[in-house]
Design a protein around this ligand. Structure first.
Ligand code: ITT
Length: 198
């Protein structure tokens, strides 16, 4: 039976990607377990991932479940916006915005920026806590640029705006396996699994 990793995330897009990515490493995504809401105020990606992972780890200990937990904190950094939305990617423009509204807000913010200067990257930090309480980290980045208008329906979040370097299609125009080949999340998981010796 393959080992189960429990993910501290409320983001269904991330869950779906991790289910497939973990399987490539011979690992399984554990069931979605509720954990106390965390204020993501650590100030950096890894710190926020640690807050989320620790919250779920405590919950598993309380339930008497011995397993590895992990969390992902990620974001889109746009060079012309000095790295925004960055660590605030999930809340950019205000928590009340829908995702189409949030993407429209971002496109409006860089409307005057010409195509060659729309460089950006996705960053992903992972923090895992194993059944013995040991901590491991993993990082991944994908460089690309922001398109002029939304393209594609797949994926989640900012995927319709992000064109990875060397590709003709945005993340949202790719199938899940295609996105996984070039994604910051896939790279971060590879880094984490290597650090854990799995
Ligand atoms: P959890 O904290 O519960 O995991 P979240 O959506 O709040 O869910 P983050 O705090 O890590 O996650 O925020 C990162 C945001 O960055 C996320 O909501 C997406 O909008 C965006 N993002 C991260 N990875 C992405 C990807 O692969 N494709 C598109 N957008 C992504």
């Amino acid at each position: 039976m393959s080992e189960c990793f429990f993910l501290a995330s409320t983001n269904e897009g991330k869950r779906a990607e991790f289910a497939a990515l973990l399987a490539e490493h011979g690992l399984e995504l554990g069931a979605s377990l509720p954990y106390p809401e965390v204020e993501e105020n650590a100030g950096d990606y890894l710190g926020n991932a640690a807050l989320k992972a620790a919250a779920l780890h405590s919950e598993l200990v309380r339930l008497g479940i011995s397993a590895t937990v992990f969390a992902d904190d990620s974001g889109l950094e746009i060079d012309a916006l000095d790295g925004a939305p960055g660590i605030r990617s999930a809340r950019y423009g205000g928590v009340e915005l829908t995702w189409p509204q949030r993407r429209a807000r971002l496109l409006a913010a860089i409307a005057e920026v010409p195509a060659p200067q729309r460089s950006a990257y996705f960053h992903c930090a992972l923090l895992a806590i194993d059944e013995r309480g040991r901590r491991y980290q993993g990082f991944g980045e994908t460089r690309g640029s922001i398109v002029l208008a939304e393209r594609g329906e797949a994926g989640f979040g900012y995927d319709p705006l992000f064109l990875p370097d060397g590709e003709r299609r945005t993340f949202a125009e790719m199938s899940a396996p295609e996105k996984a080949r070039a994604s910051h999340r896939a790279r971060a998981l590879r880094d984490l699994v290597a650090a854990m010796g799995r």
